[in-house]
Ligand binder design. Structure first.
Ligand SMILES: C[S@@+](CC[C@H](N)C(=O)[O-])C[C@H]1O[C@@H](n2cnc3c(N)ncnc32)[C@H](O)[C@@H]1O
Length: 288
């Protein structure tokens, strides 16, 4: 007989995970169809044989390194509970910084926003859910990712976002935006981190870029010139050691007011810039 309390104690078996307790809670809550609080309210409840077997199997897969989000098929991002699958990146908490900055920008009331490489739809759907007056277009080259993002869009009833298949700007001829955001692939192919943790189970199409990880950011900055209105913003997420190189790329492609913002760990992980010399600001000359 396995109680909830005993099942949670199996966290000690996940020695390779730096979030062993949380992983165990998420897996057990998933198997029981409850939330994590329930586990602590009912520690003496007994799992059925079926539940105990399913939990044991998931724990083994976690021990072998599979990401919790792939085991449960879900991940929280911003205020949204999103479907996740192995066709694209599992949304990371750090990426919420992109959403925070987007919501602070002095954009028009009916802003047009583009999310390049949307994956699960995380950034696009978070922004669209906060700003019902904005129109958000989200694209990905991987059709399965587009289907996933569309499933997430529909499930959350977000009517001001649309998702389509496109290789960066390819299907967006003639379209202009007030803000383009992207969390593109930016890891160099020989980066040893690709052999560690969750990324081992994520597709290289979501992770790896040529030119020391900068090739896609370069393409995005280049294409943004034709797809931003004058005074429009480009914002990308990048690696913790890439900020200076990304600022250089932005500068080469004519962006001004370029700056990088730090994540919670203190690393510069997001760079943004404005197309055209005159910042389009509402109200005060606020420093971002
Ligand atoms: C790092 S993931 C980001 C996913 C999501 N935006 C997030 O932040 O969780 C990069 C995404 O870019 C997509 N991608 C890669 N190359 C692309 C291209 N040429 N055109 C459009 N999307 C691309 C990948 O399929 C993947 O979904």
């Amino acid at each position: 007989m396995t109680t909830v309390k005993a099942a949670l104690q199996r966290a000690s078996e996940l020695q390779d995970s730096d979030s062993a307790r949380l992983d165990t809670e998420l897996l057990l809550a998933f198997v029981l169809g409850k939330d994590r609080t329930w586990l602590y309210t009912w520690p003496e409840k007994i799992l059925t044989d079926e539940q105990a077997a399913q939990f044991a199997q998931l724990l083994e897969r976690r021990k072998a390194g599979e990401p919790v989000a792939h085991l449960t098929g879900r991940r929280e991002f911003w205020t949204l509970n999103l479907h996740v699958d192995p066709n694209t990146l599992i949304p990371r908490p750090d990426t919420e910084l992109m959403v925070e900055i987007a919501l602070e920008l002095p954009l028009p009331e009916r802003a047009q926003v583009l999310d390049l490489g949307t994956g699960t739809g995380a950034i696009a759907l978070a922004i669209a859910s906060e700003m019902p007056g904005w129109q958000v277009t989200a694209v990905d080259r991987v059709e399965a990712a587009v289907q996933l993002a569309e499933r997430n869009r529909a499930e959350h009833g977000i009517g001001n976002a649309r998702v389509l298949v496109s290789d960066w700007y390819e299907q967006l001829a003639g379209q202009k935006y007030d803000l383009i955001v992207s969390n593109p692939p930016y890891i160099a192919g020989d980066d040893p981190h690709l052999e560690q943790g969750d990324v081992r189970f994520e597709p290289s199409s979501a992770l790896v870029a040529d030119d020391e990880g900068l090739a896609d950011i370069r393409k995005i900055a280049e294409g943004a010139q034709a797809h931003l209105v004058p005074g429009g913003w480009l914002m990308v997420e990048h690696g913790w050691q890439q900020a200076e190189a990304v600022r250089q790329v932005f500068s080469e492609y004519g962006f001004g007011s370029i700056e990088s913002r730090k994540d919670l760990a203190g690393w510069e992980r997001v760079t943004l810039g404005l197309l055209g010399s005159e910042p389009r600001r509402m109200g005060s000359e606020r420093k971002l």
